[in-house]
Design a protein around this ligand. Sequence first.
Ligand SMILES: NC(=O)C1=CN([C@@H]2O[C@H](COP(=O)(O)OP(=O)(O)OC[C@H]3O[C@@H](n4cnc5c(N)ncnc54)[C@H](OP(=O)(O)O)[C@@H]3O)[C@@H](O)[C@H]2O)C=CC1
Ligand SMILES: O=C(O)C1=N[C@H](C(=O)O)C[C@H](O)C1
Length: 267
Amino acid sequence: MIKVVITGAAGRMGSRLVSLVKDSAFLTLAGAVEGKGHHAVGEDSGEVAGCGRTGVPIVDDLSSLMERGEVVVDFTTPAATLGHLKIVAQHRRGIVVGTTGFSSSELDELRSVSKQIPCVFSPNMSVGVNVIYKVIAEMAKTLGEDYDIEVIEAHHRLKKDAPSGTALKMAEVLARAVNRDLGQVGVYARKGLIGERKRGEIGIQTIRAGDIVGDHTVMFGTMGERIELTHRASSRDTFARGALRAARWVVKQPPGLYDMLDVLSLK
Ligand SMILES: NC(=O)C1=CN([C@@H]2O[C@H](COP(=O)(O)OP(=O)(O)OC[C@H]3O[C@@H](n4cnc5c(N)ncnc54)[C@H](OP(=O)(O)O)[C@@H]3O)[C@@H](O)[C@H]2O)C=CC1
Ligand SMILES: O=C(O)C1=N[C@H](C(=O)O)C[C@H](O)C1
């Protein structure tokens, strides 16, 4: 049994991870962590997750769990993730990071620390989205310059970062496929008398409403037709299962920064 520590254990993703690890035949829960002062610290992680007792209390100090944990699964915030990554690196363990919303300097830091240990970092752990990355790159190349590209994402009202990490990754994949620099061609908002759409733009649009788990559409539009490829997550378990698949995979890897395409052998 692989010993897993879950950070952000009382969160939306953390709760599902606790619950799925509790039922796993391959993984066992070695620890559960929340931030200092969080109301769930001291409580049983399974009770907090709503899946019944695990016997594993939520603590506020990841370091104290590092002797017993083999791999950390982290869905928290960019600042918390960077702190956790450094602790995991000091103890030479593996980590799976699902957190999104990093600034470019935070991403540089994540890349540099994560090279020291086996790390899977992916803004979307679902199989479906990772297959879409491959398909959209091929579609963009095949359709060519006359097809306008837009990425549209929709998420629940509690999501803090925008656009979603997945939409940004999709836009990067698309830009790379057609040899464009996303920094130059990405358009994140439109309002007012902005003129005609510029050739080569890649639009990234954000919707926030209610309890949407996570929808992503890539649209290729030209005169007379358009193609829309949509992924809709109907349960967070699709992300949690992917993250736990990554946890089982990453403990067998040498140090390095990996993503879900590596885990799924899609590269
Ligand atoms: N890669 C993927 O497949 C997916 C990625 N995500 C991403 O995962 C992240 C979390 O999402 P979600 O679960 O919905 O968010 P939540 O806010 O529900 O959960 C995050 C949890 O982390 C806790 N936290 C904050 N700081 C620390 C800390 N220092 N130590 C330990 N825990 C801490 C939060 O506590 P508090 O409540 O006090 O803030 C909260 O309980 C987001 O960035 C989201 O975009 C989400 C789904 C899928
Ligand atoms: O915050 C979320 O909920 C999600 N975030 C991820 C992202 O930003 O891409 C992935 C998923 O769609 C859910």
